[in-house]
Design a binder for this molecule. Structure first.
Ligand SMILES: Cc1cc2nc3c(=O)[nH]c(=O)nc-3n(C[C@H](O)[C@H](O)[C@H](O)COP(=O)(O)OP(=O)(O)OC[C@H]3O[C@@H](n4cnc5c(N)ncnc54)[C@H](O)[C@@H]3O)c2cc1C
Length: 303
């Protein structure tokens, strides 16, 4: 709840919304705006190290061996990647390194994507309800029980699920008549006791079974299915632990404590190095508030 409130305190819309063209369209729009302002965007250019001179960040070294000099380095990679891997503990105090190492960054949610050949029909819901968020979370006890399994390295057989159908707002995201369904499935531990390779398909099947209780016939509408576990999210999006907020949103990792004291105002202990991603206040989601706040700090320093 705090996250939602913090995320809405900026200039952005006060309700959650779906962009036309999907989330990728937001990235494209940002890229166009950045290019128009004179930025050069390089993709497929992984950074191997943050370069340091006189205890100040002075650029980055790409995996390709190319060095890029800079007065300021601003990283949206997760805090553990930025501070422990790209910068390195040797540039930081032991106490600070311990805090970053102890940051809880393991993801607990899986993402299920379904390509459907027609609109899902949820019992008792008007078709227009599909344009919002549908929750399978009948009670607090249900959510508590769904969470219990994750403590023992299991996923829940009765998960809490948040469903959206983006094609209701933007039919162009699927072939004519088709739909895509996107579901956040709570809770899926990063480390599954039996390993995700053996269980990924079984979990997807289980989630579809639960959804079918609310949307009869759903299984027969599925043309393609993808389940991303926290491990997949880690590998696919280079996020340590596969948490889509880069670090748990909990009281001890929120507000002036996010990600850790000593780096909570986007500045890191190393002059010239800033954090601007989901690991910073107020967390992730496609809203850009952490990035905007970080930019203000960098500009204030420059002026
Ligand atoms: C499957 C999935 C679905 C989601 N759906 C939604 C949604 O519908 N709506 C919503 O609001 N939010 C959604 N989120 C959450 C949202 O995408 C994230 O919170 C948000 O992208 C965080 O933005 P960011 O820029 O801080 O970090 P990221 O988007 O994680 O960007 C960090 C970037 O740094 C790159 N990187 C890491 N290491 C290096 C390196 N060494 N060198 C160069 N680059 C590096 C990564 O590849 C990545 O591109 C979703 C997340 C996931 C995983």
């Amino acid at each position: 709840m705090l996250y939602r409130l913090a995320a809405q305190s900026g200039a952005g819309p006060r309700t959650l919304s779906q962009p036309l063209g999907g989330m990728g369209a937001v990235c494209d729009a940002l890229a166009r705006a950045a290019a128009a302002a004179g930025a050069t965007i390089r993709t497929d250019a992984p950074v191997g190290r943050v370069l340091v001179e006189n205890d100040t960040a002075c650029g980055v070294l790409l995996d390709s061996g190319e060095r890029i000099a800079a007065r300021t380095v601003i990283s949206s990679a997760d805090p553990k990647t930025t501070l422990l891997r790209l910068l390195g503990a040797e540039h930081l105090d032991t106490g600070f390194v311990r805090k970053v190492s102890h940051l809880r960054t393991n993801g607990l949610a899986a993402k299920l994507h379904l390509a459907l050949d027609s609109a899902p029909r949820f019992t008792g819901q008007e078709a227009t309800a599909l344009g919002g968020r549908l929750l399978v979370a009948p009670s607090l006890d249900y959510i508590e029980r769904a969470f219990n399994h994750s403590k023992y390295g299991e996923y829940s057989a009765a998960p809490a699920i948040e469903v959206t159908v983006p094609t209701v707002c933007d039919p162009a995201l699927a072939p004519p008549g088709g739909h895509v369904m996107s579901a956040v499935v709570q809770y899926a531990p990063y480390e599954l006791r039996d390993g995700w390779e053996a269980e990924r398909v079984r979990m997807a099947d289980k989630v579809i079974e639960v959804l079918e209780r609310f949307a009869p016939g759903l299984r027969s509408q599925v043309r393609a299915c993808e389940l991303l576990t926290p491990l997949d999210i880690e590998r696919k999006f280079r996020i340590t632990g596969g948490h889509w907020h880069h670090a748990e949103l909990a009281f001890d990792q929120f507000f002036m404590l996010r990600p850790v004291p000593g780096a909570a105002q986007y500045r890191t202990p190393l002059p010239g190095l800033y954090l601007c991603g989901a690991g910073s206040h107020p967390g992730g989601g496609v809203m850009g508030t952490a990035g905007r706040n970080a930019a203000r700090h960098v500009l204030a320093k420059a002026s």
